[in-house]
Design a protein around this ligand. Structure first.
Ligand code: FAD
Length: 357
């Protein structure tokens, strides 16, 4: 159930082991949240920009078997009060903020702005104690409020485990060894993963449960775990995104991603998809621009980000106990495991699971 990364990889591997697989998806396309469409000669990730990154050669080699990746190295800029900053915070960011140049100057200044809080109780206090008021306001406060819909004062400090401050001018978003964007878009990778496997689209498992349960003794389920158990312990919460898109002439913002960290700006980021393929971008006279707005996930929205706070995790653990008894169902992927998984982690988890069968 589900033709996203977990479902598609499981189906591929099991088919290659000699099993007969059927993949169903309630959407009208394969690929789940990684799905891309070609628009104006640009591979647009329809649910938001996706960059593949991993340190594991085996995972990188695996995805490259199904589609060629270009060597795109992701970087992000932050817009705050009409200024653009380098991000994640590095020596260039601190230069832009304070005019410091060397690691020593920057870290002396950082030391002097930290707020003395002996035992920080919430996210705001924790960040203030690490990096001081200005960095907190510029990069964390407004952005976190928009992204999670809560004031950092009301969030536990573990939401941002670490605010990395790099002691170099390196400004790549990920530090992984292998990074890229598929030359022909993500959907090409899914077409190849699912080659020769029966796929039925526009089919909701829950509307046809009896029929599909009769077809197979074993089911790999990658939908929401709370939905599978009819929300008997209550709903697991998610955040979702609203996208507002436009096609424009020329180059809109000069890079793939700019985060907007001011609270008054309603969107969290703008993605300009052609910049995920810089070698093609400069020759394209059109551009596809996506504004992202974060909001709580309602019943009819697509769940994107699990809210792994204490209550939700407790609820998830109750569902997990039920799942452990249902031996013929394998629960995998972001929704079934209620876990913020990046793509490389889903690839790893699916391959491990299938190997154990
Ligand atoms: P999904 O892609 O959600 O697939 C689940 C599938 O199951 C869906 O197609 C759904 O329609 C189907 N389904 C659910 N219920 C039913 C049902 N009842 N009947 C039939 N079908 C059903 N990762 C990165 O590594 N790099 C990034 O830059 C990155 N950016 C991201 C940006 C956004 C906006 C989002 C939301 C995610 C991003 N990710 C990124 C994470 C990445 O999308 C996930 O790791 C990956 O897509 C998870 O795959 P999955 O198979 O677990 O889930």
């Amino acid at each position: 159930v589900g033709s996203g990364l977990f479902g598609a990889i499981s189906a591929r591997e099991l088919t290659d082991k000699g099993y007969k697989c059927l993949v169903i998806d309630k959407r009208n396309h394969i690929g789940g949240n990684c799905y891309s469409e070609e628009i104006e000669n640009i591979h647009v990730c329809k649910y938001g920009g996706h960059i593949f990154h991993t340190n594991k050669k085996s995972i990188w080699d695996y995805v490259n078997k199904f589609t060629p990746f270009t060597q795109y190295h992701h970087f992000v800029r932050v817009s705050y009060k009409n200024k653009i900053y380098s991000f994640p915070i590095n020596l260039m960011t601190l230069q832009q903020l304070w005019g410091t140049k060397t690691p020593e100057e920057a870290f002396n200044k950082l030391e002097s702005v930290r707020v003395q809080i002996d035992s920080p109780q919430n996210l705001e206090e924790w960040i203030l104690s690490q990096v001081g008021q200005e960095i907190y306001e510029t990069f964390v406060k407004g952005y976190t409020k928009k992204q999670w819909g809560k004031d950092p004062k009301d969030l536990p400090k573990f939401i941002i485990k670490r605010l990395p401050i790099r002691s170099t001018y390196e400004n790549g978003y990920f530090s992984d060894r292998y990074q890229g964007f598929p030359e022909n878009g993500y959907t090409d990778m899914f077409d190849n993963l699912l080659k020769g496997i029966e796929v039925q689209l526009n089919v909701d498992y829950f509307k046809n449960k009896e029929k599909y349960n009769k077809l197979s003794k074993n089911i790999i389920y990658t939908g929401k775990i709370d939905e599978y158990y009819d929300y008997q312990y209550g709903e697991l919460e998610y955040r979702t995104l609203i996208h507002k898109n436009k096609i424009v002439d020329g180059d809109y913002q000069g890079c793939a991603t700019i985060n907007y960290s001011e609270e008054d700006v309603p969107y969290t980021r703008i993605i300009e998809h052609k910049h995920f393929q810089p070698h093609k971008a400069k020759n394209n006279k059109k551009s596809y621009v996506m504004y992202e707005y974060s909001k709580p996930c309602g019943k009819n929205d697509i769940p994107f980000y699990p809210i792994n706070d204490k209550n939700n995790n407790k609820r998830y653990n109750s569902y997990k106990k039920l799942a452990a008894k249902d031996k013929h169902i394998i629960f995998g992927g972001r929704l079934a495991e209620y876990k913020y998984y990046d793509m490389h982690q889903v690839v790893g988890a699916a391959l491990k699971k299938v190997k154990s069968l």
